[in-house]
Design a protein around this ligand. Structure first.
Ligand code: NI
Length: 173
C-alpha cells in the first residue's frame, strides 16, 4: 500500500487542466490503486489525480458507507459527463485539499458518466445522491476547479484565509 501526499490549496497544481490518459498501463493501474489507498486512509469518498500532483484525468471514488453498503472502489480513467439532470441539489461539500472547510454547493442531482476502467474497458453508469455530487466534484478537479470556485468571491476568500491559518497552526503544532 502506497500513500501519496495530498496537495493543499492554494497549490498551483490544483489549478491546472489535466491531460487525458493515453493508455491504461500497469503504471496507471498502480497509480489508481495508490489513489484509492490514499483516499481511504485520509479518509475521504473521492480523490482526483491532481490532488497528489499527477496532472492526468484519473479519479477514484467510493461513496458507500459500511456497514449499510459494501465498499465499491471505483477507478475512472478519462471520465466525462455524458448527461446531467436539470434538477439541482445543494449539499455541503468538503475536499481533502481544503481540510476542515465545508460549504453548500449546487450540482445536478443526477449525472451519467462514461469512463475507462483499469482493465481498459469502456464503462457508462448513472449516479445519484452522494455519488453524483462526488463525481461532479472530482471531475471539476481535472479542470483545475475546486468546490470553492462555485462560491462567491467573499466566501472563497474567507475559506482560503481560514485554511491558511489552520495550516500555520498545524505546522506549529
Ligand atoms: Ni476535492
Amino acid at each position: 500500500m502506497t500513500l501519496r501526499p495530498i496537495l493543499i490549496h492554494p497549490d498551483p497544481r490544483l489549478k491546472k487542466v489535466c491531460a487525458p490518459v493515453a493508455e491504461i498501463t500497469e503504471e496507471m493501474r498502480v497509480l489508481g490503486q495508490d489513489m484509492l489507498d490514499t483516499m481511504y486512509d485520509a479518509p475521504g469518498v473521492g480523490l482526483a489525480a491532481p490532488q497528489i500532483g499527477v496532472l492526468k484525468r484519473i479519479i477514484v471514488m467510493d461513496c458507500n458507507k459500511p456497514p449499510e453498503a459494501e465498499p465499491r472502489p471505483l477507478v475512472m480513467f478519462n471520465p466525462e459527463i455524458v448527461w446531467q439532470s436539470a434538477e439541482i441539489v445543494a449539499s455541503e461539500e468538503g475536499c481533502l485539499s481544503l481540510p476542515e472547510q465545508y460549504a453548500p454547493v449546487e450540482r445536478s442531482a443526477t449525472v451519467r458518466l462514461r469512463w475507462t476502467d483499469p482493465e481498459g474497458a469502456p464503462q457508462e453508469e448513472t449516479f445519484e445522491g452522494l455519488w453524483s455530487v462526488c463525481a461532479q466534484h472530482e471531475l471539476d478537479h481535472l479542470d483545475g476547479k475546486l468546490f470553492i470556485d462555485h462560491l462567491g468571491f467573499m466566501k472563497r476568500q474567507m475559506i482560503t484565509r481560514r485554511l491558511a491559518k489552520l495550516m500555520r497552526e498545524r505546522a506549529r503544532a
